[in-house]
Design a protein around this ligand. Structure first.
Ligand code: MTE
Length: 322
């Protein structure tokens, strides 16, 4: 995400990177320079230890598996998808989440489900995913910063999960919240956003078959930098709607606040549907750079999912409801 004015929500990487990590990097650069001069090779610090990769069992193919992808939409590499991230709780630079989230504790994990529903309560991550089928869903992912990727997620239908809590007729919207834990999430020690990270969907968007809770990617447990242990994935919306490391879900009557809308309302609306015809106030959304490709691609309406989701917005002025 890019922000125009320097204010609480606009910080330099060095300010939000935890001091110990920042100092380590400076030490690394200094030592590397010395080593280059043949002076201190033995003093080189080791690189961050990345968590082991774990295969997920029982993943089934879905309607959105590889066969359904057009040929000109190749899957991005695991390396691209797990090292070029936005997860401001771990720093604002694209490489920060991979470097800083490795020790993030994602088990045990609970999600509080509350608000307008008949069966509110806390649910463990295991109970959340146990009765569900883990499906492979290969989705285009379009960031509001005009880059994109194609990623094979492993997830469960969000609508199926929400129905278990029996939302009432007052549940017109669903609110999601990320963990608040500045001890573990160094980015939360600076006022980059109003922490915790918040997002929301209209109930029909949340119930749409394309909306999933992702718990894996590339057939493996989702890496911490990608939002472990559970994140939202709504492929027809800009990437910032897909909130990571969710600990709270609330059914409510009123449209919920969202982090980026609170930070810059003119730039980030509640709906945030991918729309090449509505520019961001500071850049066009008509094209995008697919990570790993040289030439830009045209951005597709609703990120290419128009047939599936356009009916959700019938009669709405999408310039007003951006
Ligand atoms: N969720 C939380 N909690 N914190 C964040 O900073 N960044 C959002 C979204 N979800 C973000 C988040 C943005 S701006 C994008 S583009 C996507 O996550 C990035 O997901 P990725 O790193 O898996 O590509």
């Amino acid at each position: 995400m890019l922000i125009k004015h320097r204010k609480a929500s606009d910080v330099l990487g060095s300010e939000i990177t935890p001091k110990s990590v920042f100092d380590d990097r400076r030490r690394f650069l200094k030592t590397a320079a010395l080593a280059g001069a043949g002076l201190a090779a033995s003093a080189l610090p080791s690189l961050p230890a990345y968590a082991a990769r774990t295969k997920l069992d029982g993943v089934v193919k879905s309607k959105w598996s590889a066969e359904s992808l057009p040929e000109d939409d190749p899957i991005n590499s695991y390396e691209d998808a797990t090292s070029y991230n936005n997860f401001y709780e771990f720093g604002t630079a694209k490489g920060d989440p991979k470097d800083n989230a490795q020790d993030f504790k994602t088990s045990p994990w609970e999600i509080m489900v509350e608000g307008a529903c008949a069966k509110p309560g806390k649910i463990s991550f295991e109970d959340l995913i146990k009765p569900a089928t883990l499906e492979e869903r290969i989705y285009r992912f379009r960031c509001v910063e005009a880059w994109s990727m194609v990623i094979p997620w492993v997830g469960i239908s969000l609508g199926d999960v929400l129905k278990r809590f029996e939302p009432t007729s007052d549940a017109r919207y669903v609110y999601f919240e990320t963990l608040l834990d500045p001890e573990q999430m160094p980015g939360q020690r600076a006022p980059v956003l109003n922490w915790p990270y918040k997002e929301g969907l209209r109930i029909d968007e949340a119930m749409h078959p394309l909306s999933i809770l992702a718990v894996g990617m590339y057939g493996e447990v989702i890496p911490n930098q990608n939002g472990a242990p559970v994140r939202l994935m709504v492929p027809w919306k800009y990437g910032f709607k897909s909130i990571k490391s969710i600990v709270k879900i609330k059914f409510q009557k009123a449209m919920p606040p969202t982090s980026w809308n609170e930070a810059a309302a003119r730039e980030y609306g509640f709906y945030s549907n991918v729309n090449p015809m509505v520019s961001h106030p500071r850049w066009s959304q008509a094209s995008e750079r697919r990570i790993g490709e040289l030439f830009k691609r045209k951005t597709l309406m609703f990120n290419g999912y128009e047939e599936e989701v356009a009916s959700l917005y019938e009669g709405m002025d999408l310039r007003k409801w951006y």
